[in-house]
Design a protein around this ligand. Structure first.
Ligand code: ADP
Ligand code: MG
Length: 603
């Protein structure tokens, strides 16, 4: 039967688009995630793309064979190129392992494959991998697959995430979520269900084929927050392979050609894998049989493993925690199967890493889990990736104060403050909006609510407004009056109901209006501020405090108020701003007198 993630619109699959391996998984009807395998029973698809003899792109094992035979026709570690231009990569050209057409890569890196005149961008190459995984899923599920959750490293920036989304689009997949890999691993371990009152702190140690990422996450009220991420983009199982090859090759016949060299490398990798399970293994090459031991392996790879320590310490320091603060350490990435790596993790974090979920499968299984949640298979948790549109509050005068900018990785938490602008206000109106436009009225209105406050002079009330985008996909906004402790809370859906068309339209709209908006915003803000200052001044003039001021300051205040009122009739933000500033300054003694009088009254 088809996956349980089939709730209208076909199944949603979870994809780990890895640097070295990619995987696809779904959640079955019984609620368990399952990896989908190819005809040969393999779950791991080598993330290699090559041009075959017919000029077609092939991936996985056939591409690996082409790579061994004719490296110029193949591309690997394409993930490193995602969302990058040549200028971003020049320095690491030696590591890339692709023939980049530098001249054509000003905006987006373009890779050459063989003699083909065609150039391939990283999203196109990644799309070939995604397409293969989608076909695999279709074969396994017996129905079309058009939607996916795809994972990315926590440190991926907007361009890299966007490139990943584009790859999906090119593969004919609607990428419903870009999910952080460490978050996916936490999901695979079922950590989102943890309800420790003080929250849960997790370190995810991910050593893959070519990259090392360590992330510290905090889980609070069903919200995952990446506190810190560190790593090394050129450190992984490949480096262990190179160290082992250097150690063992001298004891074996020299490979005659590329094909032989690739065979030897494969034998070394097989021995490495075997030594994760056993203290000794056989290595056969060119008619020679060698017995290699785990002790030899550990001696050979020690310098590589030493490089893991720095990023771990950095991640902990950046998250401002010590190993004792960690509730879980998760092992992710195939290379964490190496016993010496596990030992190092235990030494660094003071506790053994969990590897109950297969380390090279955890991310894909977590992505499937997220896909299942999104399909409505589980209603108790929905994790979001990044905010597609900014969330903010309407500020005085109809502007928007952005609290969580677009593309903030979420779940997320942020706070902002509201102050009162008018004396004796008895309530503050909180208006939550979503969108990129300058004026609140041009954005989507998500919620409005009132927070009652005791009457105080303008500016004396400080309302703390907290935005939490939680695991249910819901934004909750809490407003708290610091003085009285009054709390008001609302829940709103920030993204649901926004189609991608609507999203595109909104983004295009914001861009088209950006300049006019900036001008309008300035004028609106200037007017609002002027009104505020004038209102406060008028109130002061009507109060007994007015008489306590000298004649000169009183005349100045009156003249400035008149001038500002006149400027308000026009639409010159500069004039309004300048006059407001002068009046505000001139009215300082008045404001002080008013506050003193108010305090005395309260005695
Ligand atoms: P990525 O996330 O970069 O795509 P993976 O998580 O799939 O990478 O990890 C791939 C690496 O894990 C390879 O270097 C592979 O040799 C290594 N690996 C897989 N299984 C084992 C094992 N049993 N012992 C040691 N290394 C392993
Ligand atoms: Mg990985």
């Amino acid at each position: 039967m088809a996956g349980a993630t089939d709730v209208g619109g076909g199944p949603i699959v979870g994809i780990d688009l890895g640097t070295t391996h990619s995987l696809v998984a779904v959640v079955e009807a019984d609620g368990r995630p399952r990896l989908l395998r190819d005809e040969a029973g393999q779950a791991l698809l080598p993330s290699i793309v090559a041009l075959d003899d017919d000029g077609q792109l092939v991936v996985g094992a056939p591409a690996q064979a082409i790579l061994a035979r004719d490296p110029g026709r193949a591309a690997w570690s394409v993930k490193r190129l995602m969302g990058r231009a040549w200028a971003d990569l020049k320095d690491q050209a030696a590591h890339l392992g692709h023939r980049v057409d530098a001249a054509a890569s000003e905006r987006v890196v373009q890779v050459r494959l063989g003699d083909s005149p065609r150039r391939y961008s990283a999203p196109e190459l990644s799309a070939a991998l995604l397409r293969a995984l989608a076909r695999r899923a279709e074969a396994a599920l017996g129905q079309p697959v058009a939607r996916a959750v795809v994972t990315v490293p926590a440190y991926f920036d907007d361009a890299q995430r966007q490139a990943t989304r584009d790859a999906g689009r090119l593969a004919g997949l609607d990428v419903l979520r870009i999910l952080n890999e460490p978050t996916a691993a936490c999901l695979a371990y079922g950590l989102e269900g943890e309800r420790a009152p003080e929250g849960t702190t997790v370190a995810v140690f991910d050593l893959g084929g070519g990259t090392f990422d360590v992330s510290v996450l905090r889980l609070e009220a069903g919200v995952f927050q990446v506190l810190a991420t560190a790593g090394d983009t050129h450190l992984g199982g490949d480096d262990l392979d190179a160290a082992l090859l250097a150690a063992w090759a001298p004891r074996l016949p020299t490979p005659a050609d590329d094909l032989q060299r690739e065979r030897l490398r494969r034998q070394v990798v097989a021995a490495k894998h075997a030594l994760s399970e056993r203290p000794a293994a056989d290595l056969a090459f060119g008619g020679v049989n060698l017995t290699v031991t785990r002790a030899e392996l550990e001696a050979a790879v020690a310098p590589v493993l030493a490089r893991l320590e720095g990023p771990c310490r950095r991640a902990l320091a950046d998250a401002r925690i010590t190993p004792a603060d960690l509730d879980h350490v998760l092992l992710v990435g195939g290379a964490t199967r190496v016993p010496a790596v596990k030992r190092l993790v235990r030494d660094l974090f003071g506790r053994p890493g969990s590897d109950a979920v297969h380390p090279d499968e955890a991310v894909a299984l977590g992505a499937a889990h997220q896909a299942h949640i999104m399909a409505g298979g589980r209603r108790d948790a929905v994790l979001l990736d990044v905010l597609p549109l900014s969330l903010g509050l309407e500020s005085y005068g109809g502007g928007v104060s952005v609290v969580l900018p677009r593309n903030t990785p979420v779940p997320a938490i942020a706070t902002d403050h509201y102050t009162t602008f008018v004396d004796d206000q008895t309530a503050v109106l909180v208006h939550v909006v979503q969108g990129e436009r300058a004026l609140a009225a041009d954005n989507r209105s998500l919620a409005r609510f009132r927070v009652p406050i005791p009457p105080r002079p303008a500016g004396a009330t400080r309302l703390e407004v907290r935005f939490v985008v939680d695991a249910n996909g819901l934004l909750s906004v809490t407003a708290r009056d610091a003085e009285t402790g009054t709390v008001r809370e609302v829940e709103v859906k920030p993204t649901y109901g926004l189609t991608s068309d609507e999203l595109d339209r909104l983004l295009a709209d914001a861009q088209a209006h950006a300049e006019a908006d900036a001008e309008t915003r300035r004028l609106t803000e200037a007017r609002a501020k002027a009104e505020r200052v004038l209102a406060a001044t008028d109130r002061g003039r009507a109060s007994p405090a007015w008489a306590s001021l000298g004649e000169e300051p009183r005349m100045a205040i009156e003249a400035l108020s008149r001038n500002l009122r006149r400027a308000l009739g026009g639409d010159d933000p500069d004039a309004i701003e300048a006059l407001t500033k002068t009046l505000d300054k001139a009215a300082v003694p008045l404001a002080e007198a008013v506050v003193t009088a108010a305090l005395r009254q309260g005695d």
